[in-house]
Write a protein that binds this ligand. Structure first.
Ligand SMILES: *[C@@H]1O[C@H](CO)[C@@H](O)[C@H](O)[C@H]1NC(C)=O
Length: 92
């Protein structure tokens, strides 16, 4: 494990399953330890792939810009395992 995803989502549509995502990727190991990346995005949770913007970051990721692609790997009634592939430009 290199860090944790921390945040929350809210249901943001009354006609489809569309979420408002507010989350940070907080790194706790290696050269990114202490740095974060921030996501503020719409998540159409039942689509095969969802793209979300990376709106910024801290530490190594100051001024970061980029995007994440999320894919659900498994889902039960109580939890989901989701893979995020993250692509960012940053300057340190
Ligand atoms: C990560 O950073 C924290 C805070 O600076 C430190 O306490 C911790 O030991 C660091 N962990 C690693 C694996 O370097």
């Amino acid at each position: 494990m290199v860090g944790k995803a921390q945040g929350m989502y809210a249901y943001s549509s009354h006609t489809e399953i569309s979420l408002l995502m507010v989350l940070n990727f907080a790194f706790t190991e290696g050269k990114y330890n202490g740095s974060t990346l921030s996501v503020l995005a719409r998540n159409e949770a039942f689509s095969t792939m969802r793209e979300m913007p990376i709106v910024g970051g801290t530490g190594v990721f100051r001024f970061a810009r980029g995007y994440a692609q999320a894919r659900t790997r498994s889902m039960s009634q109580v939890e989901a395992i989701v893979e995020y592939n993250v692509f960012v430009f940053h300057y340190r």
